[in-house]
Design a protein around this ligand. Structure first.
Ligand code: TA6
Length: 283
């Protein structure tokens, strides 16, 4: 009862009424309902036919974050945010199916032939009454070091992004400001508000916990483990209106608080596993 396969998606349900929908395309969580409310933003203009990455929910960014680097060549040939979000994943295992909580593990297919590294990628999605956890497991099955960046690009639904307050980035945390041409700066520790386009990569966030007060009596706590960095993104009208798959004024209805390992490439020695996890609590 807790896990339903529809062909294109997997639906999770708990006895408390929480639910989640996961597209096998990109292992993208596209819906999370808790307390009777939808907690993830999904653009009404998003392609859901596997022709493009899904705009909203929680796309998986791997093995690069952002535009491709200039080298090595097999990474330089990748498209923005890598291939994991456009691969057809499969349901590998139902990890837990109990009235109070449901957990599944998805497996990614092998990487494209043009990316000659040996690794496995698994994704565990766990739903309980008030929490959604997603854990990315990367195992280097080759005989040499494997380098990657990874990030969980959640789109958290809020009633009005101009009214939210984001807490948890301690004073002194260094961030790269993509809006200001990758300028490095330091957080002043004050709550962050969305009063302009924000696209910042906070590096090694000490608390590994960010909260969003949505200004309407609820919000989110995003905790992360394994992942140390956190990108905070809202494009506002100037950038958002140029995105073909963004619904009208969509940027008013979400904020992205994206745990990841993206400040540099992570080196994973042969035979080792890296787990990057986020636990999102609906407040
Ligand atoms: O995580 C923030 C970011 O890298 C932004 O710079 C913005 O481009 C966003 O992701 C969306 O990227 P996408 O490739 O999905 O259009």
């Amino acid at each position: 009862m807790g896990v339903t396969e529809t062909g294109k998606t997997i639906i999770l349900n708990t006895a408390s009424g929480a639910s989640a929908e996961i597209y096998l395309f990109g292992a993208t969580v596209t819906s999370w309902k808790s307390g009777g409310k939808e907690r993830l933003f999904l653009s009404g203009k998003s392609a859901l036919d596997s022709s493009k990455p899904i705009r909203g929910g929680i796309p998986i960014v791997f093995p690069i974050f952002g535009p491709p680097p200039s080298s090595p060549p097999e990474y330089a040939a990748l498209s923005q945010h890598g291939f994991a979000r456009t691969q057809d994943w499969t349901l590998d295992k139902i990890v837990m199916d109990r009235p109070e909580g449901v957990s599944i593990r998805l497996a990614a297919p092998p990487p494209p032939d043009s990316f000659p590294h040996r690794f496995t990628l698994a994704y565990v999605v766990t739903l309980t009454e008030h929490q959604l956890s997603t854990d990315l497991h990367i195992t280097n099955t080759g005989s040499e070091d494997f380098i990657f960046q990874a990030l969980l690009h959640n789109y958290l639904a809020v009633p009005d992004s101009s009214k939210i307050k984001i807490n948890g980035v301690d004073a002194g945390t260094v961030y790269k400001d993509k809006v200001l041409g990758m300028k490095l700066d330091e957080s002043d520790g004050n709550p962050l508000v969305i009063d302009k386009e924000i696209d910042r990569v906070y590096q090694k966030v000490p608390s590994q916990e960010i909260t969003v007060d949505d200004g309407a009596g609820s919000g989110f706590k995003v905790r992360f483990r394994g992942f140390e960095d956190c990108t905070i993104w809202n494009p506002q009208e100037a950038t958002g209106s140029k995105m073909a798959d963004m619904e009208d004024k969509g940027w008013e209805r979400y904020v992205c608080i994206e745990p990841g390992y993206v400040r540099e490439f992570k080196t994973l020695p042969a035979g080792e596993e890296f787990i990057g996890a986020q636990v999102i609590t609906a407040l």
